[in-house]
Write a protein that binds this ligand. Sequence first.
Ligand SMILES: [Cu+2]
Length: 734
Amino acid sequence: MRLKIAVVTVAICSIAPFFAFKAQGLLDLQQPAAKEWPTVGGDWGNSRYSTLQQITPANVKDLKGAWVTHLGSGLGNEIPYSPSGGVTSKYSLEGTPVVKDGVMYVSSGNDDVFALDAKTGALIWEHRSGIDQNINTICCGWDNRGVALGEGKVFIGYLDGTFNALDAETGKLIWTTRIGRWQDGYTITSAPLYYKGVVYTGVSGGDIAARGKLTALDGKTGKELWHFWTTPSPGEFGADTWPSPNDSDPARAKAMMNGGASIWQAPAIDPELGLIYFSTGNPSGTGDHRPGNNLFGSSMVALHLDGTYAWHYQVVHHDMWDFDCPSPVILFDQVYEGVKRKGIAEGCKTGWVYILDRTNGKPLVGIDEKPVEQEPRLATAATQPIPRGDAVIPQCPQPLPGWLTKCIFGTIYDHPVLISPGGNGGVNWAPMAYSPQTGYFYVTAADRPYPSIGHVEAKPLSAANPDPRNNGAFLGPVIGAHYSGTFTAIDSRTNKIAWQKKTPYSIGQGSGALATAGGLVFHGDPDGNMQAFDAKNGDLLWQWQTGAGADAPAVTYEIDGVQYVAIAAGGVSTQTNSANGDMIWAFSLNGSPGNRLHPFAAPKPPVTVREITGAIVNTNVITLVDYAFTPLRISVPVGTKVTFVNNGKQIHNASSSDAGGWDTGMLAGGKSASVTFNRPGTFNYACLPHSFMIGQIIVTGSPIESAPPTVVESNSATPGSAPDRMIMPGQDDR
Ligand SMILES: [Cu+2]
């Protein structure tokens, strides 16, 4: 029988009697993690490598669940995520646990923090964030990527834009500092970094035009020491890569100061060089509003520890695809041409890993500026940096009926394009790991096409997309699109693939990788399986079903001579949309007392082919927006007159070869038409100008034989035929 060993959380803050908190001395985290996992990246270089080697390829088959704890946080609350009726969990569970002095500290998607006994999973304390549940400026689901430890405190950024210090012994709040207002888009999702009395935090919000920054706070008081804006102020270095604030076009005039370039991850630090490193998100808004390269959007940035600029490397110039690098940078040392060099590397949504010298930001393996397709209306950059070596995913989408497709750096104007990789492809926030044993980076990535449109007036506006300058235009579900991924070892010496496994799910967001000296790489999969791979060849050696999307980064530590591997399993609400949950799992070769803990039942796996799914709504009104039918699926009794109303700015129609070949005719914005269905059946239809727009009508009952199958009333239709489609030169219109 299956026993769920659940530690029920209680709403009381208490100090467990068996636990004596040790004062944290000055940590030296330049070396890889060993018995503890004291910072989310394992060490100050974010290598996510541990020197522990009790668990090996030879014995990993005996790895078993040691404990599982339900946090009782971040559960349920299904909310719509698309105009077509899809639902998702409000919360994700994306935090990396940190482990110090036998205690595990972990955060939930509601910014609640839990201290657990790392040996047993027993609750020591919990701190409920109490954040406003009406925050509506969160880009990508309610999530938190983890906490930092220092001077007896637990540091965490909240989705409400505040940064907070808790007492590590009791969980009581010590201080709060506001980094920004959530109403202005400042929602903190990244984990902070603590170093020598200072705690560093990034801020999200670039998707709704909040200007990014890195903030340094005094760990004792929370007082701000400095902040570095990730887009320059007028007159500063890089300001000439943006339109002037005096530009006569108001959108261009404010582009730089609303320039985005969020920081989505914990920074890395090199104490010897005195530099702190991070990467930035894409610049806000569409390309036409911001001619220039748009520093420091989509860049790797190094600062001195006083917050002054050291160097930058822009990964994508004038990014209009959301090709940024939300995952943490990794610091590593490697020999190139006989000389040991200080490296920094990061995988990006482009699908490439960028390998630089961290003393100066110059490429170590080689990156070439190459000409790319041009679209003057979007002020495209003439060239883009192309790393020598291998991409970890295909950089063109599979053909899909109804869609115009383009490869990486293809231009997109006012006709929707299916592009790959895209804002959801490649390496997203899932962290890479670096093993000094193999010299490989372990990279998890998403292979999925992305519907995109580049020109502001053509963009749909919705509650989820309130700002016409928002990059994240949602174009409805891409029916028929295949979603998958890759798990790749990239050799740091050559930037070439050492081994690669195709994966059934897109894993660019999620668990990423954890490498150990035992010769293993651990990864949690969106289908709930915690997995161990051979670091040398990528063979899957072990897996264990956690019962929810195992989409948080895994960690390892040792207590009383036993090596544990732990992961949060609670799903990711965006992109993979894996199963929601609230569990922290730990595994060891010893397993649980009496080996009573068994794998949980597998949850519903993530979608790998997008089909017409979602709620079937009983209505006879379908609204056309740019670019979707809402609801996507309806059910009506036979004989019903179904009305199509175009609320979009574009001209659309609804057209079917089923049920008598009905067509509403072209409907301008504000116009409507109706179709009466006299035969039962399930009928798919599409918009001819935008044939990726697909809907479904389910007609129930007995046929009305006395009437024709369908009757169209379309007096308000725009005369004439479909508007011209925009065909890009050299591209197939599918
Ligand atoms: Cu249309």
